[in-house]
Design a protein around this ligand. Sequence first.
Ligand code: SF4
Length: 412
Amino acid sequence: MKLVAESEGRTPEFILRGIASGKIVIPVSPYRYTRPVGIGKGLRTKVNASIGTSSDIVDVEMEVSKARVAEASGADTLMELSTGGDFREIRKRVIEATTLSVGSVPLYQAFIEAIRKYGAGVNMPEDDLFRVTEEQARLGTNFMAIHTGINSICVERLKGQGGRFGGICSRGGAFMIGWMLHNEKENPLYKDFDYLLEILKEHEVTLSLGNGLRAGAIHDSTDRAQIQELIINAELADRAQAAGVQTIVEGPGHIPIDEIEANVKVMKRMTCERPFYMLGPLVTDIAPGHDHLVAAVGASLSSAYGADFICYVTPAEHLALPNAEDVRKGVITARIAAHIGDTIKNHDRDRDLAMARARRDMLWERQFQLALDPETARHVRAERAPSDGRVCTMCGDFCALKIIKENIDMAR
Ligand code: SF4
């Protein structure tokens, strides 16, 4: 709490009160050292980078490199979401390669192991969900996205509203709904939520209440199924808090801009201001190849309205498994969005003020130090360097800043 307070410019008492009231979490693990990061009310908006293999591309070295690139680019947390290869080995290697808090989705492993062992995810024994949760906790996982909120009422809402234009985009949501319908049973993670809490409490894992019914298209946003799951998750968040388990609540994926404010405020109100983890949101569906930018627009607004934690989106979203360069672009773009949100939510504008002065005074080294992506800024300037080191090649001899400096002192 002291380290988080220091990095946020807050008092340890502020952090302590936030944790006690469930408005702030610090995902920890008794099994490994983690650089502590606070997520929640009154703190800087945090950025998560998700990595992991797929059934098509299993390259452990690439995942380790993606973890390192994410940390070096400024991600606050990392989610290891492998769905291909040897899960244990990949997660162990990634965890060893980073000091960031690491998150996971145990349900993926439970379902994929069931497919490998029993031929289909619907054959998964219920207990596997809990066994895998414990196993991943012991590896040093700090937080887990768990799809507790999809229960039979949500499935009925989904059917009752006549389906969806964009289907279900959450892998966890799709696996769980398939299992529930095939077996005609309630979601075990919902039914045995108290047992799940016992495991999380014992291993000090932070619970991220998953959003399996988030919309995967702006035409499905804020529909009955999504809101039903949110209501269930809000109730479960109270039970987790009472059991002493730190809790985050996840929010939706694709939302048009004019619904972002309502989504954030309704969620914050319903959950007594628990930390809100926003997956983007993506604000249009027609820009594949540029979805990191689409998500940044949504993330800056959601952060401004009160989201505490945003998941990055890479340029490969909806197209392919991200590579290390996609991860770098995704993290930097999400950090820009998070900061834009913080200039509103926390009125965090000191760095912008310092940059304004450095630009006015043509202090280029200072500008690079203040930049969210110094490497790119340095590279662009050096590639097209000016003959007069005070200016840049955009206006050259006719640099407005140089001309005004020669005529009047604008210092402020
Ligand atoms: S040359 Fe133009 S763009 Fe470059 S620093 Fe001067 S005013 Fe700004």
